[in-house]
Design a protein around this ligand. Structure first.
Ligand SMILES: C[S@@+](CC[C@H](N)C(=O)[O-])C[C@H]1O[C@@H](n2cnc3c(N)ncnc32)[C@H](O)[C@@H]1O
Length: 303
């Protein structure tokens, strides 16, 4: 029998699945003039709404496979058995990190501390299903859109819908960064985030890589005066990088975070945000500083 021809195009269909991975749903965006919708070209990136860990990547890195994150435990009973190892459970039960810093993340849904047994995976489900108090899927569809910024360097960005009738108040929870949880150190790309997320084990920090799969937050560009701040927080048992409005967001505003001092120089790039004329290094006097001040204010106002 002749060998089967590998054909990537017919293996992946819209609405189907890529291997055992998440659902294949390419991102769509408005063009710059907002006259046409386009599927983001060249995007191998799939839309997902929770973390995904590919066992093959963990195997390749010689690491034991720990969490099965694509399907979060649905019940507390399941939570106790298959999905979370004893070690990770212990880490979660003891809300102190290796440096002795007390975690003080509170759950979005129930407002409880992560070590409170009453805060469970149902909280995470609520947020994603559009239930509960936040309904993130609905929120994005209603208020935000991905649109081309009109410049090749910045590519696509996230904007408050131009036809929105309301403003998004300062302090609003906007969403959180999801992607593939990969064993660190990961092959560098433009979409890596390196917090402690979800479960922690050994001394390795899992990295959230939104290069191949992620949600709309991966399209947020960087600004030296960001209107979106981030904080590590907790939804049920899952630790997340959550985004908040630093200021009131109005129709047409682009949502921007600050990528940090090292991002642009680290990638051999320059920032071209609207805050400063022409390409610039955010660490030059005033730029990175302003972003940090704004970030501090945002974090301060949450505690
Ligand atoms: C996380 S992605 C953001 C989404 C991206 N614009 C896209 O179309 O996929 C990061 C990349 O966006 C571009 N970018 C984001 N903010 C920028 C800025 N202030 N100046 C220049 N390029 C920026 C850079 O190419 C960067 O590597």
């Amino acid at each position: 029998m002749p060998p089967k021809k590998a054909n990537a195009t017919n293996r992946v269909t819209k609405g189907g699945r890529l291997g055992h991975g998440p659902k294949w749903t390419p991102f769509e965006a408005w063009n710059f003039d907002r006259t046409a919708r386009e599927t983001i070209p060249g995007a191998t990136c799939k839309q997902i709404d929770s973390f995904y860990a590919d066992p093959r990547r963990w195997n390749a890195a010689g690491r034991p496979q720990r969490p099965r994150l694509p399907t979060l435990p649905k019940t507390e009973a399941e939570n106790e058995s298959a999905c979370i190892t004893d070690r990770a459970r212990a880490a979660l039960a003891e809300p102190v990190d290796a440096l002795g810093v007390k975690y003080c993340y509170t759950c979005f849904e129930c407002g409880r501390n992560p070590d409170d047994p009453a805060c469970g995976v149902q909280c995470y489900d609520e947020i994603h299903s559009g239930g509960g108090t936040t309904g993130m899927k609905t929120f994005f569809k209603k208020w935000l859109e991905i649109r081309h910024t009109g410049t090749a360097d910045k590519g696509y960005g996230v904007f408050v819908k131009t036809n929105g009738r309301y403003e998004i108040p300062k302090g609003s929870y906007l969403g959180h960064y999801v992607g593939e949880i990969v064993p660190g150190p990961s092959k560098n790309n433009m979409y890596l985030y390196e917090p402690q997320v979800g479960l922690e084990w050994d001394t390795d920090r899992p990295i959230v890589d939104a290069g191949k799969m992620g949600n709309w937050t991966r399209f947020m560009n960087s600004s030296c005066d960001p209107n979106v701040g981030e904080a590590i927080m907790q939804i049920g048992k899952v630790r997340v990088i959550a985004f908040f409005a630093n200021k009131t967001l109005k129709s047409g505003d682009q949502l921007c975070i600050y990528y940090g001092d090292d991002y642009f120089t680290g990638h051999g790039l320059q920032c071209t945000c609207d805050e400063f004329e022409g390409p610039h290094d955010p660490t030059v006097v005033g730029a990175g500083l302003k972003a940090r001040e704004r970030q501090q204010q945002a974090l301060g106002s949450q505690s």
